[in-house]
Each structure stands twice: as C-alpha cells, then as structure tokens.
Design a protein around this ligand. Structure first.
Ligand SMILES: [Zn+2]
Ligand SMILES: [Zn+2]
Length: 225
C-alpha cells in the first residue's frame, strides 16, 4: 500500500514539474489514468509543499525547514534524539558569515546566537496553517508584513539549544554564555504577539538580541522595514 502511494506521489510530482500543473491538477490527471491511484495524507502534504516551493526542493528555505520541523513534532514523543540536520550550525563555529546575512547576538554578553537564515518567518494573524497553499504565493508577504507586530524571532533550532530541547515539551531558552533569558520554546507551539500560532516554536525576544550587519558600508543593504 505504501509502495503504491509512493509511486503515485512520484508520478504526480513528475507531472507537476514537467507540465507545470498544481498538485491537485496533477493528482487528478493521475487518477483519470488510474482510478484506484491514491496518495496518503503525508504524501499530499509533501506535494503541496513541493508546489509551494515552485517544484524544486530547497532544503535551506524557511518553508522546507518549517515543514520538516512539523513532521518531526508529530513523531516527537517517541524521539530520543533529534536528527543532526535539524539544528542550524552554531554561529560561533562559523569563521565568516556570508555577506548577505545578519547576525544576532545576545544583547547582554554579545555571544552570537543565530543568523538571519535561521529565522522562520510566518504570516501575521491567526489561522490553522503555517503556510499558504495557494499557487503563486507572494514571498514578500511571507517574509515582510508581520515584522512590526511580532515581538519575537521564531527560528529553527540552533545547536546551542540542543541540551534544553531534548526530552521536554517546552521550556526557556537561555543564552549559552551568560544564561540570561532570551525566549522560550515549545514543541506544541506558541502564539506570536501578532496572533499567529507557530508549531513547533523556538522564539527569541527581539529586545534580548542585537542585529549585527556584516556588510561593509556603502554596499547594498536590505531595506529595514
Ligand atoms: Zn508574528
Ligand atoms: Zn548572553
């Protein structure tokens, strides 16, 4: 059964990529040719994600990271260890941060905590889904609009968080150097100040960190909104 479901999902994904179809259209086309073809809800979720990502799998995209975390959360109570790839590399162990990235440091002790690529942005407001399934979703909408109302950064887990995350459902996130409180996490999810539920949630209060831009003066800078 799982094998059938997987092969149907592969054919559906192939049609999406080659014919430029949305996942529902592609799935309908497969079922027209083979009426008993069926994909389970897990594969349907993956096909929707594939469509949202424009039929490419970019493992560094926020959508992919959030999806992977959500899949992990569903299995969490049985998980003893978290897969290594879930954690972002600790910024203190990277010699050079890419120019386009902003580094966030503990406001108190200046310890580097995470990079802008670790921020998993969400759309403002409330709703059951973590990301829009509509075709042609405006990426700017996903990344920009919520900033002013959100008082926290929601990030992917970073390596220094690991000891705090294992074996518990929720807790505080403390600076690994000076132990001042930075935020909190919950595998069940937390609500952002904008009203949006984020599951799972790893949130760092904006007031506890400073942005450090690594760009030389005069170069292109990302507009701050
Ligand atoms: Zn928010
Ligand atoms: Zn600190």
């Amino acid at each position: 059964q799982a094998g059938v479901s997987r092969s149907v999902a592969v054919v559906t994904a192939y049609l999406m990529k080659t014919e430029g179809l949305g996942w529902e259209e592609a799935y309908a086309a497969v079922r027209t040719a083979k009426p008993d073809a069926e994909v389970n809800p897990g594969f349907q979720g993956q096909l929707k994600l594939y469509e949202t990502m424009g039929c490419t799998v970019d493992s560094s995209s926020a959508l992919y990271k959030r999806y992977r975390l959500q899949m992990l959360t569903e299995r969490y109570p049985e998980l003893q260890d978290l897969p290594r790839e879930v954690f972002a590399v600790d910024p203190t162990s990277i010699c050079q941060t890419p120019n386009t990235e902003v580094l966030y440091r503990c406001r108190k002790c200046r310890r580097a905590l995470f990079r802008s690529s670790s921020i998993l942005s969400h759309t403002e407001g409330s709703g059951p889904t973590a990301f829009a399934h509509k075709r042609g979703t405006n990426m700017a909408q996903l990344c920009g609009d919520g900033r002013e109302k959100c008082t926290s950064y929601f990030t992917e887990p970073v390596q220094w968080m690991e000891p705090a995350l294992l074996g518990v459902m929720e807790g505080q996130l403390l600076c690994p150097k000076c132990t001042s409180k930075l935020g909190s996490f919950s595998w069940r999810g937390e609500q952002c100040s904008c009203g949006r539920w984020v599951t799972p949630a790893f949130q760092i209060h904006k007031s506890r960190v400073d942005e450090v831009r690594t760009l030389p003066v005069g170069n292109f800078q990302t507009a701050k909104t």
